[in-house]
Design a protein around this ligand. Structure first.
Ligand SMILES: Cc1ncc(COP(=O)(O)OP(=O)(O)O)c(N)n1
Ligand SMILES: Cc1nc(C(=O)O)sc1CCOP(=O)(O)O
Ligand SMILES: [Mg+2]
Length: 202
């Protein structure tokens, strides 16, 4: 199944409850600093909301909880890969998205046979401190040439206005956090995102 080209990331099921009814079809639940009980409850709620709205849920980091709660898609970064049991993940039938920031990380991501590869930060991000400078659009083109048919996700500093440039450079999917969550009107911004990305399904 092709992944939707609009891939917002939220840090709570509350966000999903608020914004999935607008037509989001691909979403990541990315929670940091929470205990296992609370995490499990959020993953369950997100799973049920996504089922109701026919949206593909991707659980960030917590692959064991994702398996236990019957989710089918996770995202792992390179540090997550250091400790994840990829065999257990594959045996559970989970799909896998992987972050990359340089050539060595791309090689490692490709070796894991992922369902998408993310490259970031394309532009500077205010969400988290990163050791990489902005990658720029040219890097997306280079990544797409390397990964072929594997969907390429552009992340980091993305906005509605920047999305067309990322698609033109080779991204299949654009992922975004603060352009929505810090917007004065997140609902209106999501509607703009859906309009701007519709039609980019490859
Ligand atoms: C779509 C997407 N791309 C990259 C990331 C970053 O993953 P990671 O490097 O593991 O960092 P954290 O998000 O876990 O802080 C992502 N979550 N999603
Ligand atoms: C979670 C994350 N990962 C990145 C990477 O480059 O791997 S950039 C990023 C933050 C994206 O947030 P915003 O859209 O607000 O810039
Ligand atoms: Mg991670």
């Amino acid at each position: 199944m092709a992944l939707d080209p609009f891939y917002p990331i939220f840090d709570s099921a509350d966000w999903l409850e608020r914004l999935l009814p607008l037509g989001i079809k691909l979403v990541q639940l990315r929670i940091k600093d929470s205990d296992e009980q609370a995490l499990r409850a959020e993953i369950r709620r997100a799973r049920d909301l996504c089922a109701r709205y026919r949206c593909q849920l991707i659980v960030n980091d917590y692959w064991r909880l994702a398996i236990e709660e019957g989710c089918d898609f996770i995202h792992l970064g390179q540090e997550d890969l250091d400790v994840a049991d990829l065999k257990a993940i594959a045996e559970a039938g989970l799909k896998l998205g992987i972050s990359s920031h340089d050539e060595a990380e791309l090689d490692r991501a490709l070796a894991a046979n992922p369902d998408y590869i993310a490259l970031g930060p394309i532009y500077p991000t205010i969400l988290k401190k990163m050791k990489w400078e902005q990658q720029g659009l040219e890097r997306l083109t280079a990544w797409k040439a390397r990964i072929g048919d594997i969907p390429l996700v552009a992340i980091g500093g993305m906005s509605v206005e920047r999305a067309p440039g990322a698609f033109a450079a080779g991204a299949d999917i654009v992922s975004v956090v603060t352009d929505i969550t810090l917007n004065a009107d997140p609902e209106a911004r999501v509607t703009e995102w859906i309009a701007a990305t519709r039609g980019h399904m490859r």
